[in-house]
Write a protein that binds this ligand. Structure first.
Ligand SMILES: [Zn+2]
Length: 147
């Protein structure tokens, strides 16, 4: 054995997000910074003394794009707003934004807005919910504006 192992695997991250709607990350014992989504080493200092931490799932939007292409089985959702959120704990994470008409999204209406993780919608025909993405990909957290 030996070598570096994942303290938090993508599968565990995906499942917790999908089933419990909780965002897990890693906190570094060396520098105290958070890493999310999970990596083998701290994204700040490269340290390996990582512990699993539950993140609040809130932050602000740093960038967004409207996507007209979605995963197989999710076409019904297009177009979708894809955002990057700077989490309160520091890391940036990609997610989807709901509750906003993608056709009406503007820089002014989206950028810098506070968002919170909301229940991820699971569609009956969704390959996403059958574990396809969990094999090597990453679940997309779903966010909405903080009211
Ligand atoms: Zn660190």
């Amino acid at each position: 054995m030996g070598g570096i192992e994942y303290t938090l695997t993508f599968q565990q991250f995906n499942e917790t997000l999908r089933k419990k709607n909780k965002l897990l990350g890693l906190i570094c014992d060396d520098c105290g910074k958070y890493t999310c989504p999970p990596k083998m080493t701290c994204q700040e200092c490269g340290g390996t003394n990582l512990k699993i931490a539950e993140l609040r799932g809130s932050g602000k939007i740093t960038t967004f794009t409207t996507s007209y292409v979605t995963a197989i089985g999710r076409e019904v959702e297009a177009p979708i707003l894809v955002i990057f959120v700077e989490l309160d704990e520091g890391p940036w994470i990609m997610g989807n934004l709901v509750g906003v008409d993608p056709n009406l999204a503007t820089m002014e209406s989206i950028m810098g807005k506070k968002v919170q993780l909301v229940a991820t919608r699971v569609l009956p025909t969704d390959t996403y919910s059958k574990g396809e993405e969990a094999k090597g990909g990453l679940s997309r957290p779903t966010f909405a504006f903080v009211k």
